[in-house]
Each structure stands twice: as C-alpha cells, then as structure tokens.
Design a protein around this ligand. Sequence first.
Ligand SMILES: *Cc1c(COP(=O)(O)O)cnc(C)c1O
Length: 395
Amino acid sequence: MTVANGREFLSIPGPTNVPDEVLNAMHRPAVDIYSGSLLDITSSCHEDLRTVFRTEGRAYIYASNGHGAWEAALTNVLNRGDKVLVLESGRFATAWGMMADMLGVEVEVLPGSWHAAVDVAAFKARLQADDAKDFKAILVVQIDTASGVVNDIPAIRAAMDDTGSDALLMVDCIASLGCMPFAMDSWGVDIAVTGSQKGLMTPPGLSFVAAGPKAVERHQSAGLRTYYWDWTQRDGPLHYQKYCGTPPEHLLFGLRKAFDILLEEGLENTFRRHRLLAGAVHAAVDVWRTGGVLDFNIERPEERAVSVTTVLVKQGYDPQRLLDFVRETCGVVLGIGIGEEMDGKALRIAHMGHTNAPMVLGTLGALETGLAALDIPHGTGGTQAAVDYLGRALK
Ligand SMILES: *Cc1c(COP(=O)(O)O)cnc(C)c1O
C-alpha cells in the first residue's frame, strides 16, 4: 500500500524544482544564433547575473555544470605550479582543489570539520606564516551541500586583508546564490561561480562565473587558459563567441524566465523565504533529534545553511531504508548523504530555489511518516513544530 501517487516531489539539493513557467519558456523552436531575440536574452542574462552576484565585474555563461565553472575559474587565472589554499568545510571545496591539482596547481588544504564552518582563526593563523604569501588563490564554498554548512565569506576576506594576502578569493556559490545574501564587490570576492540548477531554478547544464578586476588582471598572464573556458575569447565581439560555439538556447530561454521570477519576487524576499523555510526544517529536526537517532550534522545553529539541511542518522539505522520508504510510499525524494564522512550515515533535506511552505511541510510530514512507519525513535511532533515556527514567524 502506498500514498505515493500524484506528483513526485523532488527535495534533493540539486537539481531542484524547476517552475512550470521556466519549463514552458523552453518549449519553443530554436532561433537564430547570429541575430534577433537570443542576443537580447544573452545581454539581459549577463546583466541579471551581475545583479544577483552583486558585482560590476564581468559575467560569463558556460554550457556546463558547476564543475565546468570550477575549471573555468581555475584555468583563467592560474599558472601551472601556482599554490592555492583550499578551505575545507565538507566535500565541495576539496573537490574543487582536486581539480586544481590535476591541472598542475599545487594545492594545500586547510583541514576543517564536516560539522562546522571554516575556522577563520585557523585560516588567519595559516596566512600569517612566512610562506603564505605564495598562495595565489583561496578556494572556499559559501554553502557546502554535503555538510550543510554556511561559511562566513566576509570574515574570510577580513582575515586575508588583515594579513595582507595578495591571493584571489574564489568562492563557490553554487548552493547559495539566489538563496541567501552574497555581495561579490563589497565583500571583496575576486571570482564567484554558480550553476543553474540550484537556487536559480533552471535545469542543469548552465554555469556562471563572475570575475572582478583583480581576477581579470591575473587572467592576462595565466598559463592554464584553454580555448573553451577562456574569458578573452568570450569577450569577443560576436555573439557566438560568448558561448565558444552554439549557445545553449533552450536553457537560456529557461534562465531568462527564472531571472524574471526571481527578480519579481525580489532578492530580499527570496532570501527571507529561504530563511523561514530553513527555520521550519530546523524546528522539525530539533524535535526529532530528541529521540536519539537523528541529529543535525552542523552543530552550531548559526552555521546551518538556509538551502539544505544535513541530518545525521545514528549507526544501526539505515538512512537508505528511510529514504526508500519516503520515496516509494510517500512520493518524496530526499537527498542521500554524500562524501566519505556522510555516505550511509546521513540524509539531506533541500529547501532551495522554487520551494514554498506546502513543499517543505509536505516533505517534513512525509519524513515523519517514515520515521513512524519504520519505528525509528524520534521526538514526535517535528512537523507540528515546523508549523508552529512558521505560524510565529509569519504573524
Ligand atoms: C552542486 C554543487 C557543485 C557541483 O555542481 P555540478 O553542477 O554538479 O557540477 C559544486 N559545489 C557546490 C557547493 C554544489 O552544491
């Protein structure tokens, strides 16, 4: 017996829900790539990217997933043998570092916990060492989608300024842009990268890089540049060059609509919605954890991300069984734990992008149904706590 028939609800931290309006915007014939409406779509999307990144710098659109944007960021500004420092706080910054390593960059990882944000004091201490001036770039994520942590980017920048670091600050905002504040220029971020399929509510396949003046200056002498990712190529006068080939037209139609939706809601309202929905999820987990099996992965409440919550599942209880039940019996797809620390030990609830109260409350209700049906010890009433939280917050 199941209650899964109906629309399956995807609650994984990427790809996220694509609004029907975005899907519908893509359902149209291909258009000319040399003239007409597509050129306006490109320039308005570049403009809106600058708005969302909060930068006066350059924006680039790639036909790739987020990993492509990582490669674009690295190859456009670095040389073989350059040293970079990766700030660990989960899985994603270190994976970016592995990519740099394969490109011939010398990568040092500042070890971090999977249960907390980057330790800014430890970072600052590392920057004070004699050899720290060799670092050409610092790689960090704003939100780590594996651990569910949010890092304090302005504090990381302040540590660099205090120690006179000349490195580029490169920030992965793939799981945070469009979900929480980010201010590239005023925060002193040199390169920011994101993807289409998380907070930006567009199908996977596009990624974006924003580059500030210092990054553009380093670009001039970067030895790792390749034709496909190269910013100079993409700055060329022909529309075709902006994509180094055929533009991913239909994804651009979708992206255009997604920006319309995002900017119509208003970024501040979008951020507030994410905070409220995250608060509801956290209220539920806070009750469930009293049963002693589930717990927050991120220990300090203020370090928990607004876009994804990673929930630890105590040894002896298989998260996959719970995820299978919730999917097959209730029609909700939750995220698995990823990375060596979380594999088989956690689940992830996404609350990112095109998400509202019924989606989040429905997800929590389905999860609590699974906890009950599978006799997994938990504090009962987590979903009610989420409702109560929202009721208070929205009064
Ligand atoms: C999803 C994600 C990535 C990887 O993006 P892909 O599109 O899967 O290549 C990188 N960093 C973060 C923080 C992410 O959430």
